[in-house]
Structure formats: structure tokens, C-alpha cells
Design a protein around this ligand. Sequence first.
Ligand SMILES: Nc1ncnc2c1ncn2[C@@H]1O[C@H](COP(=O)(O)OP(=O)(O)OP(=O)(O)O)[C@@H](O)[C@H]1O
Ligand SMILES: [Mg+2]
Length: 228
Amino acid sequence: MPASDELIHLESITKVYGTGDGTVAALQDFSLSVASGESLAVMGPSGSGKSTLMNILGCLDTPTSGRYWFAGQDVSRLNETELAHVRNRRIGFVFQQFQLLPKLSAWRNVELPLLYRNVRDRRSLALQALEQVGLANRVDHRPSQLSGGQQQRVAIARALVTNPDLILADEPTGNLDTASSRDVLAVIRELNEQGRTIIIITHDPEVAPVAKRTVHVRDGRLVEQVAA
Ligand SMILES: Nc1ncnc2c1ncn2[C@@H]1O[C@H](COP(=O)(O)OP(=O)(O)OP(=O)(O)O)[C@@H](O)[C@H]1O
Ligand SMILES: [Mg+2]
């Protein structure tokens, strides 16, 4: 069972893909706890199970066995609809490809997650989120009128606008140059300092220190935990 301050509690998670002789155990006996307000980096080589882990943490998929509690709720056996409900309400995603809609301005992109839930004052919430990522002066720009780092900050604002319990970032600086990466990491660090729980998945040893704790995944297993 999770402790009361734990946002994430994975207990002996296994994820097996395929059937018969073709099975792959992408995660094995994987246990991990993340406290509310923590920042965690997940590192590991290609094929080690990072995306599989992200999909489970983000309620995009369920484990084959083991248990996952998110904010005290057992989410390991939820169906698609129930998973989507948790995901949409409680988790903000940031991807390597920013996944902004090219025809929409920055604030229209940020507003999108609110459209699905009939929130009022969407524009002012979107502007607040853009201000938090340092883009108050770019709200009417389209993605093509923004630098890569600015586009990723719009994506972070979009993740933030629903006030999620968790921000889950998969290689958020993978498409950025060094200077833009620095800006994006500074925003992520600041959000964590304000109390937001962050999990960042990365290959890049320069990115991991943005989080206060790093875990390494190898062959589907958690192999070491290092406190920064
Ligand atoms: N849908 C799937 N069906 C079958 N096998 C899969 C599937 N997804 C992942 N795998 C296998 O599970 C293992 C872990 O894959 P995963 O994508 O989680 O690795 P990763 O750490 O994200 O790698 P990368 O850094 O290259 O993105 C790999 O052996 C992969 O081939
Ligand atoms: Mg991956």
C-alpha cells in the first residue's frame, strides 16, 4: 500500500508484450515510489523499458502484473475509459516533438485541454500558464513563429494549464539546442520548486540533474537510485 505522501507507488510491476514464444518482458519486478512534490529523472539505454514505464506511469497502458497506485487510487486494472479519465484530469504530458497544432496561436494551443472539459475563463488560464513559462509576450504567435525552446515551453504551458498532479516529460530537450534546452530545463526546475511533481525521461546525462533523484533502468529492471 502507498504511504500518504506518495503520488506514485509501483509494486512489482511486470509488462509483457506478445504471446507464446514471442514474448518480451519489457518491465520485470519493477517497484518505485515517487512522493508528491518530488522530481525524478529516469535514465536507461535504448530498449531498456523507459517508454513502457512512461506509458504505465502516464495511465496510457496497464501493467501485466503488479500494482500501480496513483494518488492513492489503484489504477493497475482500470479499463480504457477509466484510465483516460485519470490521465486527462491528473497528468500533463510533454513530448520530444512538441505536438503543437501549427494553425493555432500559442494561447489557443494551451487552451486545448480545457476545451474538452467545458472550463470557463479558458483564455485567462492559458495566459497564466504561458506567463509561468516566460511567454507572456508571445501568446498570439503561431508555433512556426517561435523558436524550438519557445515551442516546448508552450507545450509545457499546455501540460500545466489543467493544474495536474504530475508532469511527465519524455525527452523534453531531445529536439533542442543547448541554449533552448537550458531555458526549458530552467522552467521545469522552477515548476518543481513551486511544488509540482515532475518525472523526466531522458538519455541525456546533462538533463538528469534537473531532477533531485535519478533512477536507472536496464533490461526492464530498476538497477540503481542516486540522490542528487
Ligand atoms: N508494443 C510492443 N510490442 C512488443 N514489444 C515491445 C512493444 N513495445 C516495446 N517492446 C519491447 O519492450 C522492450 C522495451 O521497449 P521500450 O520502448 O520501453 O524501450 P525504451 O527504453 O523506451 O527504448 P528507447 O530509448 O529506444 O526509446 C524492448 O525490447 C522493445 O522491443
Ligand atoms: Mg522509448
